[in-house]
Design a protein around this ligand. Structure first.
Ligand code: CDP
Ligand code: CDP
Length: 216
């Protein structure tokens, strides 16, 4: 069995992969990287510098400068940053820069949990366990809606749903590293699951996969 355990979680926006990834990392004592934040940090650097989003070489340079230790969702959560992130995420040079650093993070012992769109397919194809987390667009839109309203924000469910569908189409339709389950990923549909039951289901899958790996 490999020394470094890598747990890969992929899935569309608001499927619950981030919440699961944090729970799983703390349960197993592994480090966690939300790779969406790395795309967001590169996008924010471009926006802050007042630079256009369509200059691939410049975007790749910003991606190369992302500080993986200083990633903080609270400073990267703006809607405009998410939009810009999904735009620069179609650029191969941006992906190359971020994927190289994501792999370095993943390979540090004793283990790591990475969540994103292409962890099982591209970043860590040899991961110990791969989960593909999904939920219906309506469930995901409802979660996002409640998240925003819960923080005292203003939101329209229909607008969030349209936005999620557009984001899904861009993530699944791009040529470089499209969002899709790896052939050996376990599918976890959380549409009818609360956070606790999703965590139990994920833990069962992971425990079984890790046990099978250490027997072989
Ligand atoms: O807004 P949401 O939380 O769903 O997305 P995120 O995980 O913060 O990621 C923002 C954008 O980065 C996504 O829409 C993807 O286009 C892109 N991304 C990616 O291409 N590959 C990853 N491994 C992670 C994120
Ligand atoms: O990382 P990703 O965009 O896939 O989703 P998330 O940020 O982990 O979850 C989106 C929202 O859905 C959060 O507010 C979670 O608390 C909520 N959630 C839920 O209600 N039920 C689940 N089974 C998973 C997440």
């Amino acid at each position: 069995p490999r020394a470094v355990r890598i747990i890969a979680l992929d899935g569309p926006a608001a499927s619950g992969k981030g919440t699961l990834a944090r729970r799983i990392a703390s349960h197993y004592g592994y480090r966690h990287l939300d790779t969406g934040l790395t795309y967001r940090a590169a996008a924010k650097a471009l926006l802050d510098a007042g630079q256009p989003l369509d200059d691939e070489a410049l975007a790749a340079r910003m991606a190369g400068d992302v500080d993986f230790e200083g990633l903080d969702r609270s400073t990267l959560s703006a809607h405009a940053i998410g939009e810009a992130a999904s735009r620069i995420a179609v650029m191969p040079a941006v992906r190359r820069a971020l994927v190289a650093a994501q792999r370095r993070f993943a390979e540090e012992p004793p283990g790591s949990v990475l969540d994103g769109r292409d962890i099982g397919t591209v970043v860590c194809p040899g991961a110990s366990v791969k989960l593909f987390v999904t939920a219906s667009p309506e469930t995901r839109a409802k979660r996002r809606f409640e998240e925003i309203v819960g923080k005292g924000g203003d939101a329209r469910y229909e607008a969030i749903l349209d936005d999620l569908k557009e984001r899904d189409a861009r993530d699944m339709g791009r040529t470089d590293s499209p969002l899709r389950p790896a052939d050996d990923a376990h599918l976890l549909d959380t549409s009818e699951m609360g956070i606790e039951s999703a965590f139990q289901a994920a833990r069962d899958l992971i425990d079984r996969a890790l046990a099978a790996a250490s027997e072989s």
